[in-house]
Every structure is written in structure tokens, then in C-alpha cells.
Design a protein around this ligand. Structure first.
Ligand code: SIN
Length: 485
């Protein structure tokens, strides 16, 4: 396996049919910590997107004809290439996305774990022999690759959200075309270099960096040769893309927005609750779709929780991703800062109070937001209803278990939820009633390859990771064989 440098993994062209495709038209990628331009990247247009889908269609028969073991071996070679280069991949990611290098390397390992896992799933998957209905017939169910897949992935996890889609697609025997986020294409392109070195055949994975999201997205969702589309991003965009897919009745996976509540009951271990709340909130500076959006705290412990949080937040270190010991980095762009400030101001105007933070840390740069604690937040404020995607903890109070559950469920979203309690009867009751696809009880970090990453309500359709993830890229065919004597 080649050991790369950041320079040798810095790829700036589109990757189609195993070739790097340059273009006259390019867009800039910035380091959010410094504002510096890191690269000028090929701006793939809809014509190149069409070509990529056709290439993926041509590559499909040979890829699906490989044995499961052959596909698994190639996926494992890709996994190894990524793991050998995790340090440089982490540095590259940190420079375009802003997260601390240690966290970025953690994402590289998380991303690679999907490739390793689905290599195994490629070999484990099986159909089903059905009960005999007559002496002269046999029926069975065969699981087959769905065909050409396309995906649009977000900037908050520039590596793992790609591998979580590409790995099951490839394991199932599908080929794929991906549009990475305009803000973070470099991590995606570096993955392509390593896939090529691992021997993944030409045309099986294709990567289209672009600033023309709408036009390229139209091709990826409407091209007649595409059978499956997978998206991670906002619910609003997910709805539009799903509507586009409906014209060709394409199978979709939608991993969309959330509005996670983190409930602290009066019987909770407060040391643990505060520690896990910080983990769930400040990962990636609050820019995850499973980040805590609303903190619901019982009346009896809210004063104590506020004090503990003020102390804990004062110890967080904010800075550029390459600095030692940084807890979180800059937000991704000015739009993210503007949104955080607007939600915070609207909350203050409606009666919320800033207990700490609440401002841009200008001495670090325009995109660094202070760890912020708001109290007296209510359910009707915009900050309780929209994804904050920033390091702001918004505390609401409640006085009974029923009220906490009602508040937590009072949202069209249902991605993640969290609560802290030491009462096993309450744990059983509350776990059953919270409306979310993923639940952390006394824990704030819930993502790992074996878990089913899936939202309910308007947070999405379909499952990523886990033993369910492969089926998203398969079709079920029932075959009946007659003529037995
Ligand atoms: C996301 O925020 O989109 C994904 C988070 C995760 O996989 O943990």
C-alpha cells in the first residue's frame, strides 16, 4: 500500500471511468479556519454527470458478475489503503472542513469501517428457499444488485457519508456516481485515488465535484439508467430530490435533518449527563444531524446543570483543526454563523438568556463561534424548531416525565434522541415512547457501523450501516422453477 503525503492525495479533477477529468471551469475550496483557498477544483457540469452515469451503466455487468469474494477482496484493499493513509486523509479533511485533526482521523476510521463491514456483508448476504407448494415446483428468493446508484453527500462528514453509501452499493454488486459537497470535495477525491490504487475497476465508482448542484442533481435523480438514489442533507432538499426520483420510480434512501432532544431527568447521574451532553453537542462544532438541538432539564436539577455547564464550557478549547488539544473548530461558512446568530437573537428577543458565550470569537477568525449556553428557552422559539448546527446549547425546563416526552416528540423530525436517567423503569417507559430512529440512553455518542443509522418521520427513509444497509442496494427477485418429475 502506498503511503501518501497530503500533496500526493490532493486531487482536483473529477473522477470518471478511472480517469481524472479536468475542466476549464473550476471552483475554489477554502480552509474555514483561515479563509485561504486550498484548491481550484473541476466544476463538473450536467454533461459530465450524464457521461458518469453511462460509464457506471457500462461497468455494471462486469462488476456484478464478480464473485462476492472478489468484490469483498477489492473493498478490503480499499479499506487498507485508507487506513494506511488515515493521518494525511485526516489533515486534508481538517483543512477543508475545519474539524480538529484527531476528530478528522476518527471520521476516516469511522468511514473506513463501513468498507470493511460491507466487504463482510457482501459474502454473508443470501436469498431464501421457499416452502414447497407443489411436487413439481420449487421457488426461491434471490437478492440482486439494484443497478446503477447515485448519491449526494454533505460537507459535515466529507468521508464517512460517502463510504456509508458507496461500500454497500459496491458490496451488493452495484456501480455508483457520487456528487460530494461543493465545500469539501478534496476528501472525496482522495478516496478515489485510493480506490484506484486498491484495484477497484474503472467506472465502478465515479466522483463529480461541482458547484452546479441543482443541474447535476437533476441528472443523478432523473437519468433513466439510475435505479437508486441516496442522499444525506436537509429535509427540504431531500423532499425536492425525492420528488425528482419519483418520475422514474427510483428507490431512495434519505438521511435528513433532525431536532434531537437530550433529556436530563432528576434521577440522572449529572456528571455523566453533562459529559455525554457535551460529547453529543460539540462533536464537529454542533454540525451533525444527530447533534443535540434541545436540552430538556427537570426543574429540580436545572440550576445545578446550568452551573456545571458554565464551568464545562469555559474549559472548551476552540481553534484551528491543526492546533493541539482543540475541542472544536470553525463553522463551515458565514451562512452558518449568520444562522446561529439569528436563532440566538430571536430566542433572546423572546425571553432566553445567554449564560455564556453567544458571540463570534473574532480573535480566532470570523467563523469561530464561542461555546454558548442559553437558558429560559421555550418550545415555540425558532431555535427549538430548526436545526441549530452550531455550538449552542439551548436549555428548556420541564416538570414531569410526560411533559418531557411530549416536548421531545413535538417536532416533525425523528432522527436521534438522548436521555439520562438511573431509574430502569423510567428507562423502559421513555425509550418506548420517544419518536426517533436512534436513541442514546446515558450516552451521547451513538454512531458506529453496526448500528442502523435511520430516521423516522421527516428525518428520512431507509437505513445506513448495520446488517440492514446492504438491502438498500438490492432488489428481491422471486424465482419459480417448474417441471420437476
Ligand atoms: C450526520 O450528521 O449526517 C451523520 C452523523 C453520524 O454518522 O454520526
Amino acid at each position: 500500500m502506498l503511503q501518501h503525503t497530503v500533496r500526493s492525495l490532493l486531487k482536483v479533477d473529477a473522477f470518471v471511468d478511472g480517469n481524472w477529468i479536468p475542466s476549464e471551469q473550476r471552483f475554489s475550496v477554502y480552509n474555514p479556519a483561515t479563509g485561504e483557498t486550498i484548491a481550484e477544483v473541476c466544476d463538473a457540469d450536467p454533461a459530465l454527470a450524464e457521461r458518469a452515469v453511462e460509464v457506471a451503466y457500462k461497468a455494471l455487468p462486469a462488476w456484478q458478475a464478480k464473485t462476492a469474494k472478489q468484490r469483498a477482496d477489492l473493498l478490503r484493499a480499499w479499506y487498507q489503503a485508507i487506513m494506511v493513509n488515515k493521518q494525511v486523509l485526516g489533515e486534508l479533511m481538517s483543512s477543508e472542513q475545519g474539524k480538529p485533526i484527531a476528530e478528522a482521523i476518527g471520521e476516516i476510521e469511522y468511514g473506513a469501517s463501513f468498507i470493511d463491514w460491507f466487504a463482510g456483508e457482501a459474502e454473508r448476504h443470501h436469498g431464501e428457499l421457499l416452502a414447497r407448494s407443489a411436487d413439481d415446483k420449487r421457488s426461491w428468493i434471490s437478492k440482486q444488485p439494484i443497478g446503477v446508484c447515485t448519491a449526494i453527500t454533505p460537507w459535515n462528514f466529507p468521508n464517512a457519508m460517502i463510504t456509508r453509501k458507496v461500500a454497500p452499493a459496491l458490496a451488493a454488486g452495484c456501480t455508483i456516481v457520487v456528487k460530494p459537497a461543493q465545500l469539501t470535495p478534496l476528501s472525496a477525491l482522495a478516496l478515489m485515488q485510493l480506490a484506484a490504487e486498491a484495484g477497484i475497476p474503472h467506472g465502478v465508482i465515479n466522483m463529480l465535484p461541482t458547484s452546479q448542484a441543482k443541474a447535476v442533481g437533476k441528472v443523478l435523480t432523473e437519468h433513466p439508467n439510475v435505479r437508486k438514489f441516496s442522499f444525506t442533507g436537509s429535509t427540504a432538499i431531500g423532499k425536492q430530490l425525492m420528488a425528482q426520483c419519483s418520475s422514474g420510480m427510483k428507490k431512495v434512501s434519505m438521511e435528513l435533518g433532525g431536532n434531537a432532544a437530550f433529556i436530563i431527568f432528576d434521577d440522572a447521574d449529572l456528571d455523566l449527563a453533562v459529559e455525554q451532553l457535551l460529547a453529543a453537542k460539540f462533536r464537529n462544532a454542533g454540525q451533525t444531524c444527530i447533534a443535540v438541538n434541545r436540552v430538556l432539564v427537570h426543574d429540580a436539577v436545572i440550576a445545578e446543570v446550568e452551573q456545571r455547564l458554565i464551568t464545562a464550557l469555559s474549559k472548551l478549547k476552540v481553534g484551528a483543526g491543526h492546533e493541539q488539544g482543540v475541542d472544536y473548530g470553525p463553522l463551515i461558512n458565514q451562512e452558518a454563523i449568520d444562522k446561529a446568530q439569528l436563532l440566538q437573537q430571536q430566542a433572546i428577543d423572546a425571553g432566553a438568556e445567554v449564560l455564556c458565550g453567544g458571540k463570534v470569537l473574532q480573535q480566532l477568525g470570523p467563523l469561530f463561534y464561542a461555546p454558548t449556553l442559553l437558558s429560559n428557552v421555550t418550545a415555540t422559539m425558532a431555535i427549538s424548531q430548526q436545526e441549530i448546527f452550531a455550538p449552542i446549547l439551548a436549555l428548556q425546563r420541564f416538570s414531569s416525565e410526560a411533559e418531557a416526552i411530549a416536548l421531545a416528540n413535538d417536532t416533525p423530525f425523528g432522527l436521534a434522541g438522548y436521555f439520562c436517567s438511573n431509574d430502569y423503569r423510567r428507562i423502559g417507559r421513555v425509550a418506548e415512547q420517544l419518536q426517533c430512529g436512534m436513541l442514546g440512553i446515558n450516552v451521547g455518542i451513538i454512531s458506529q457501523v453496526y448500528n442502523a443509522f435511520a430516521g423516522i418521520k421527516e428525518s428520512g427513509i431507509g437505513i445506513e450501516g448495520s446488517s440492514f444497509g446492504l438491502a438498500e442496494y438490492q432488489v428481491t427477485k422471486t424465482i419459480t422453477l417448474g417441471g420437476f418429475t
